[in-house]
Design a protein around this ligand. Sequence first.
Ligand code: ADP
Length: 306
Amino acid sequence: MNIILEAKNIHKSYANHKALDDVSISVPRGCVFGLLGPNGAGKTTLIRNINQIIAPDSGEIWFDGERLQPRHIEQIGYLPEERGLYKKMKVGEQAMYLAQLKGLSQKQALEKLKTWFLKFGIENWWDKKVEELSKGMAQKVQFIVTILHNPKLLIFDEPFSGFDPVNVELLKAEMMNLRDKGTTIIFSTHNMGSVEEVCDEIALINKSQVVLNGNVKEIQRQYRNYSYSLTYESTNEINLQPLLPQGFSVLESHPNGHGFFTAKIQTPEGSKINNLLTEITKHVDVTGIQEILPSMNNIFIQTVTK
Ligand code: ADP
């Protein structure tokens, strides 16, 4: 696998607290990588290590095949959780300044900023003062400035906090777009709500340690509980339980409109779904069946409370 960033056995202590205890993560190139965990788990500390704001006490970080060093900073875009823009400056002026700090020429900065402001529907903010913006508005501007110079790796610390649902969707869509164009994205969140939707890979940090990591689909499969959603067509709802092979049970059943019904069926671990279908199709017109994989939120709760 092509790895863009690897942190190996990172330890970091503050005065009387071990914030990272032998943390290792491996981030494949071109994925969205979720750094998950409750508040205080150590996510920001790891992000600050990767951004070279603070050094780990021990451990190694590798970026794009090399030991991490100061010159890599320009290839990493970072949106910190505490977002600071100069309040008295105008939005456009400040965005131009920050874009040029990242190596863009004045012409490039202006062109790119105008395109992004238009895309985000904020072109009329250009001459506003930063202090006139809400938290979410300021965050939009900082998001643009963070991604503007096309860094190979983007790191967002709690990017959705402070955004309303519409803007959360906008941000998610942009993250996916950037990923599809080849950028690798690491983002931290304590909110497991949209992990399946956004992340390809995750590391779950709890109490300073990685307690779960890997590909989201593989993790969901590893925690599968062998339940399925079965849809059938019928003039009325059928009691499926007596029709099922031994060991199978109906957990839920409800109409789905226009003569369709859905039942949630629990199968014995390791059983073949074909056995279920062979029996049930003798009696009902099955129109679909899909495995119900556990949500990352459930997996998170199971892992953290274990
Ligand atoms: P997260 O981002 O997962 O919420 P952090 O990395 O911010 O977690 O914090 C991990 C732990 O380290 C917390 O207990 C926090 O209070 C502590 N911590 C973070 N920064 C400092 C600091 N500069 N000095 C002392 N303790 C800190």
